[in-house]
Design a protein around this ligand. Sequence first.
Ligand code: FES
Ligand code: FES
Length: 160
Amino acid sequence: MTVAFMLNGRSVTVNVEPERRLVDILREDFELTRTKAGCYAGDCGACTVLLNGALAVSCMLPAFALRGASVLTIDGFSRTRDYGDILRSFNEAGYAPCGYCAQGRILSVHVLLEKHAEPSEEQILSGLAGIGCQCADYSTLLRAVSLAASARKSRRRARR
Ligand code: FES
Ligand code: FES
């Protein structure tokens, strides 16, 4: 089947089996390999993308569900200033998720901060729950997100 959707801000069309998973389409057809394939079961979060602005695990998204959708991957998001804020905050806090978790964590923090400019601990933990990694210690994670929240607020305030 032919499916047209928006990918990182541009319109694309793919000719695929209806059940083919988005994570494979991204990695194999578009060479967007920063989106990782891990468990293929919706558990690890390595394949996280934004689908119409919401977090989604791309291993659970069949091609037929993409028609008319807007997909933003870490490659697309990394062209934004919000990405830079989050990355710098992770570095400053000493939070260094591995190559499998980083994309999902970054996108999760972005979505969290769009919903809550000053997230509570509870909101942070629930916002990041989709990435099945227990490596980071709790306080480092909280500091990383709180630095990212401050960076975003100051930059956006300065723009007004
Ligand atoms: S590969 Fe998609 S959640 Fe693990
Ligand atoms: S498994 Fe990647 S940082 Fe924990």
